[in-house]
Design a protein around this ligand. Sequence first.
Ligand code: FDP
Length: 338
Amino acid sequence: MLSKRKGITVSRQIMDDQRLHPEATGELTGLLNDLVVAGKIISAEVNMAGLADILGQSGRTNIQGETVQKLDVFANQTIKRRMEQCGHVCVMASEEDDDIIPVLEGYEGNYTIAFDPLDGSTNIDVNVSIGTIFSIHRRLSAHGQGNVHDLLQKGAEQVAAGYIIYGSSTVMVYTTGNGVHGFTLDPSVGEFFLSHPDIRIPETSLYYSVNEAYAHHWFDSTRNFIECLKKGDGDRKPYSLRYIGSLVADFHRNLIKGGVFLYTRDKKSGEKSEGKLRLLYEAAPLAMIVEQAGGLAITDDGRRILDIVPDNLHQRVPLIIGSRQDVELAEQFMRGGQ
Ligand code: FDP
């Protein structure tokens, strides 16, 4: 029997979102539907990874100097192939490619897409949740092939953002600026069904996510904030640590249960360095989702992530993201107010 929950597919929700914009041409709907297909293909491969001879390293390093896994390559190719001829995108950027990625001539559309094909690479081989993150903007250039400036727009201009997490089940979470919805893939019918309607992140939480191994490199602001969470204070109970090491998985957990994730600058990387996470492929799309769900995303000097105008494709940014009150408390420490 079809459960009530299996009533709404992701395609139907995307169509409903489109109806909120009478001026819409259906291009964004088409783009998102193609991304859903890419997500299903990657999900199938991730589930079979141990059997499909696709685990392990590809023998390449990317522009960030990180080892590229075979599944990274597969996910990257899958998304590029679907997007280059979907007819709705004019230019792409991937965390795995040094430069902008053109689309096929004659197939240029009105949007840009930046994506991290498989976030959490170090967890690929060990059955821990990983995910695809995407960020979509309307193009700035008039027509034809898009250019790098089409991609270097601030997060506040995103028209859609989301991720597909390949975990104990495959879940797609996305927003087009009218709330955040989550869909779980039913592998028996190959369809994403609405499982998490109108997600709201809890205002405050009992969890923090940070790589505590770097504690001896932290600036006092980060150290004092984490100490404060661990100790608890008055009405605030002591927090527990949850760190998966895949941003998309840590973020998803905090989105559903409440929590704050931090990847700040530290003494090792230097005050002027920019942390580890990428603005275009990680911080900006997750910031749009968290704000749409009632949370916050800032840098470790209190800038709103969505207001940062990127100056290069692979720009990194310090990130504090999660439940609103937790991020506000972090901000007080980061600004030296505690
Ligand atoms: P990974 O290097 O495994 O791809 O941005 C990449 C990322 O993972 C995030 O998903 C994750 O949150 C972070 O890096 C983990 O970095 P640390 O190992 O330094 O904690």
